[in-house]
Ligand binder design. Structure first.
Ligand SMILES: CC(C)(COP(=O)(O)OP(=O)(O)OC[C@H]1O[C@@H](n2cnc3c(N)ncnc32)[C@H](O)[C@@H]1OP(=O)(O)O)[C@@H](O)C(=O)NCCC(=O)NCCS
Length: 179
């Protein structure tokens, strides 16, 4: 399911996107608050995106992953995704990451809003959630601008470069105002 917003195309990830995604994951600033860490080689990235690519064939989707592309220039600028809970809970967890030269232009906020609308309007979810390392101020601002509420903190839950890091838990529920 490809998505669109004012300035962006979100195109479902296929094996053709492996090189772009590997380059994105190899940038230190992009992975600073991520538990995956810098991949040693492209094979590691391949295994990371395998569930998303293989799920494309599935009748009952659990993993969505999109390349984020600037509509005008047709340029790859990052990646986003959503992982679904089982049917009963009707939840999806979102994530996004952009190449640093495209930070600070509102693209992440535009992406987060698009994913939230997709979750509620197309997938008919009840909740959309996201987790963020407490020091990841940029992403905290993105989630709040996308209408999410901070529901709590999970202490020392993220293994990042040999340390246990705190994580904020954010969510938006279907009857919350959706910007
Ligand atoms: C998080 C990320 C996607 C944000 O992308 P972005 O395109 O810069 O996001 P936006 O431009 O939509 O919004 C960023 C906001 O943070 C603000 N911001 C940036 N640096 C900041 C700082 N050091 N302190 C406070 N606010 C800051 C920006 O001003 C902007 O807010 P504003 O629009 O109210 O001015 C990007 O930094 C990234 O890819 N990081 C690495 C991957 C990552 O951490 N992903 C999220 C995992 S939860």
């Amino acid at each position: 399911m490809n998505l669109k917003s004012e300035r962006l195309k979100l195109k479902e990830v296929t094996w053709n996107d492996l090189g772009n995604i590997h380059s994105l994951h190899s940038i230190w600033e992009v992975e600073e608050f991520n538990t995956i860490g810098i991949p040693d080689n492209i094979g590691v990235t391949k295994e990371i995106i395998r569930p998303v690519v293989e799920d494309l064939q599935s009748k009952k989707r659990k993993f969505y992953g999109w390349s984020i592309i600037l509509k005008k220039e047709n340029t790859f600028i990052g990646m986003a995704g959503m992982t679904l809970s089982n049917d009963k809970f009707k939840m999806g967890e979102i994530y996004y990451k952009l190449l640093p030269e495209y930070w600070g232009k509102g693209y992440a906020t535009e992406t987060a809003k698009t994913l939230i609308h997709f979750g509620f309007d197309f997938l008919e979810l009840h909740r959309v959630e996201a987790g963020v390392a407490t020091e990841n101020i940029r992403s905290v601002k993105v989630l709040e601008k996308a209408g999410m509420t901070r529901e709590g903190i999970r202490r020392k839950i993220l293994p990042i470069r040999g340390k246990w890091v705190d994580n904020y838990h954010y969510a938006i529920v279907e009857d919350d105002p959706c910007p």
